[in-house]
Design a protein around this ligand. Structure first.
Ligand SMILES: CCCCCCCC(=O)SCCNC(=O)CCNC(=O)[C@H](O)C(C)(C)COP(=O)(O)OP(=O)(O)OC[C@H]1O[C@@H](n2cnc3c(N)ncnc32)[C@H](O)[C@@H]1OP(=O)(O)O
Length: 177
């Protein structure tokens, strides 16, 4: 269920953590993926494949494409106001994706059962109506904030918790502000 306080459809979601490999603006090695809330429990995202993301010459590394799908799927939890982590992620690679491609990703939740959130995503090349190059099915598992606090390296946990921005502090762990 979409949470009543979820951002309105069309709103940019912004980075949930500035050092996140998927969306963090201060993560120089990251994907710098941008995501927007969709209708219901759905999200759209965009990510441009850069030279640093190559696997074969001129082509995106499959793991990078999976990361972009994982990041977008993870954003669905923000719309439900649930803290969850990826338990399982299965990716189909349908087309090779050249460097320079803008990948248009759409992700949506399909079912929730207990702590398990089932979701799916597609990545299209060049535009929202472009050919599907990758798709993934995932299972996220709801966790408590302790999952991060007890397992993350202490220096990053402290830095995130000391962030004076309340929303940024909460979203670093995807906890409702
Ligand atoms: C905006 C945010 C963007 C973030 C995007 C990126 C998201 C990520 O990449 S998160 C990082 C990657 N993921 C992780 O590090 C998770 C590591 N794994 C773990 O910590 C644990 O295995 C965890 C928390 C997932 C599950 O452990 P635990 O809490 O003990 O749950 P557990 O009781 O074993 O399982 C709960 C249910 O999920 C099921 N389940 C757990 N893992 C899996 C799995 N891999 N496959 C299938 N089912 C699973 C169990 O069968 C169980 O089902 P049921 O309730 O029907 O019996």
């Amino acid at each position: 269920m979409r949470h009543p306080d979820a951002p309105a459809p069309g709103s940019p979601l912004g980075a949930h953590y500035r050092m996140c490999f998927g969306c963090g603006e201060d993560q120089q090695h990251g994907l710098h993926l941008k995501a927007w809330a969709g209708e219901g429990v759905s999200v759209t995202a965009r990510f441009t494949v850069k030279p640093a993301h190559q696997g074969a010459p001129g082509l995106a590394h499959g793991g990078i494409l999976t990361s972009a799908l994982d990041e977008t799927l993870g954003s669905l939890n923000w719309l439900m106001h649930i803290i969850a982590v990826t338990g399982r992620l299965e990716t189909d690679f349908l087309l090779p994706v050249p460097v320079g491609t803008e990948l248009h990703i759409e992700a949506w939740a399909t079912a929730v059962h207990g702590r398990k959130i089932y979701c799916t995503a597609t990545g299209r090349m060049g535009g929202p109506g472009g050919p599907v190059a990758v798709r993934a099915d995932a299972l996220f598992i709801e966790v408590q904030v302790e999952h991060f606090i007890e397992n993350g390296r202490e220096e990053e946990i402290h830095a995130a918790m000391e962030d004076p921005d309340q929303v940024r502090r909460a979203r670093a762990f995807e906890v409702n502000p």
